[in-house]
Write a protein that binds this ligand. Structure first.
Ligand code: KG4
Ligand code: ZN
Length: 382
């Protein structure tokens, strides 16, 4: 084994949730291949990720995904210097499939094995060269940095002093932001995954005067989104009650007008058990108000932390970093402080970010960690 030499070309696997992914990255920054097999269709009918379904899908997809990721290399496996995989946080069964496969592949070929923290990986998507949209090859981020990680399972704000040297400044006390997007989308009948659906529905609309609450949790960098989700639910119920009253009134006056017409019975005037469909205007206003509330709190706290800790840049990461309104507002409020975010394909789960994190992790750790097991609740910085 050549463990003292830093591995230049890393093959990484990512199976922490519902994406089976493999990628090859050179020097922690150059993306050579990035293959993602999404399981969205397998989970869509359940309105969320089913752990057992996820594990099974990973087992089916891993081999073809790895093969495709290696196909870009002239020497195939010969060109790989190390293998990396996510070991947490995530679903234990799902994590196990990728971690064990990666260990086996590395062991068989005498290559170093690098376990990676999924949260750290999301942040390292910002080191990949094509990460800075609209620019050619951007210089890598310079420490100290403040990173906002917002995904379906996590919401946290961290101070990064160096590679591997992180301080957790705050995190969500209940729902993750992406989870809130998904739950609110379900309440509004917008389908799954909720983030893109809410963004699209909110675009071109206004909140129409329906301001939703913000949980500021002052004096902390913590977040809370479950109250906001409940507020949306209450507004929807109130709206449905209003519509139901209008419906009942209309039915009564029609019944009065058509006294001579043959009656269809008392059911006509009773409350309809099926809640009335929400108007598209109301749904768009709610989606807009919800997104504004989330973006307001996230951007205010992130910019505050970046200024307090004299960060050179703000890094945005995780699936919700794909949100265009969040990107735009963060840039606006950060003003002269640069804000960096990955292109959309590297915001949601992928293995390129795992390979990038593995490269910089190996630089500080420089040995394989064969004994590492999955850690479903792994925090950042562990
Ligand atoms: O990072 P990710 O792929 O998986 C986790 O590690 O959780 O994030 C998925 C989450 C989902 O909740 C999805 O609704 C959200 O990211 N998401 C978005 C957008 N695109 C994806 N949320 C808001 N706006 C978007 N455009
Ligand atoms: Zn993720």
């Amino acid at each position: 084994m050549t463990e003292a030499v830093a591995p230049r070309t890393i093959l990484a696997l990512e199976t922490s949730c519902d994406e089976t992914a493999a990628a090859v990255v050179r020097d922690g920054r150059v993306l050579l291949s990035n293959v993602v097999a999404s399981q969205l269709d397998a989970h869509r009918r359940y309105g969320g990720v089913v752990p057992e379904v996820a594990s099974r899908q990973h087992i089916l997809s891993l081999a073809p995904v790895v093969e495709e990721a290696l196909a870009v290399l002239p020497g195939g496996w010969q060109d790989i210097d190390a293998v990396a995989a996510t070991y947490g946080p995530g679903l234990s069964g799902a994590l196990l499939t990728g971690l064990n496969a990666a260990k086996a592949m590395a062991w068989q070929r005498g290559l170093p094995f690098i376990p990676v923290n999924h949260l750290e990986a999301h942040i390292y998507a910002n080191w990949l060269e094509q990460a800075a949209e609209g620019t050619a090859v951007a210089a890598p981020p310079q420490f100290p940095l403040v990173a906002l990680v917002v995904s379906g399972g996590h919401t946290l704000l961290a101070l990064l002093r160096n590679h591997g040297d992180y301080e957790l400044l705050g995190q969500t006390r209940d729902d993750a932001v992406g989870e809130a997007f998904d739950k609110v989308a379900r309440i509004l009948g917008l389908g799954y995954p909720g983030g893109p659906a809410i963004q699209q529905t909110a675009a071109g609309s206004s909140s129409g005067g329906s301001n939703l609450p913000r949980a500021w949790l002052r004096e902390t960098y913590d977040f809370s989104f479950s109250g906001l989700k409940t507020a949306v639910l209450h507004r929807v119920q109130e709206q449905q009650e209003r519509e139901q009253k209008v419906r009942a009134g209309r039915a009564r006056s029609e019944a009065r007008r058509g006294k001579n017409a043959p009656s269809t019975g008392p059911a006509e005037t009773a409350a309809d058990p099926v809640p009335p469909a929400l108007s598209s205007n109301f749904v768009a206003q709610m989606a807009h108000a919800f997104q504004e509330s989330v973006v307001d709190v996230l951007t205010a706290k992130t910019v505050d932390a970046a200024r307090r800790y004299a960060a050179t840049e703000i890094l945005l990461a995780g699936g919700v970093a794909a949100n265009l309104r969040l990107r735009e507002e963060l840039r606006r409020r950060a003003a002269d402080l640069p804000v960096r975010f990955p292109p959309i394909a590297l915001c949601t789960d992928n293995a390129a970010m795992v390979a990038a994190a593995a490269f910089f992790r190996f630089a500080t750790q420089s040995s394989s960690d064969w004994g590492r097991d999955v850690v479903p609740g792994l925090p950042l910085g562990a």
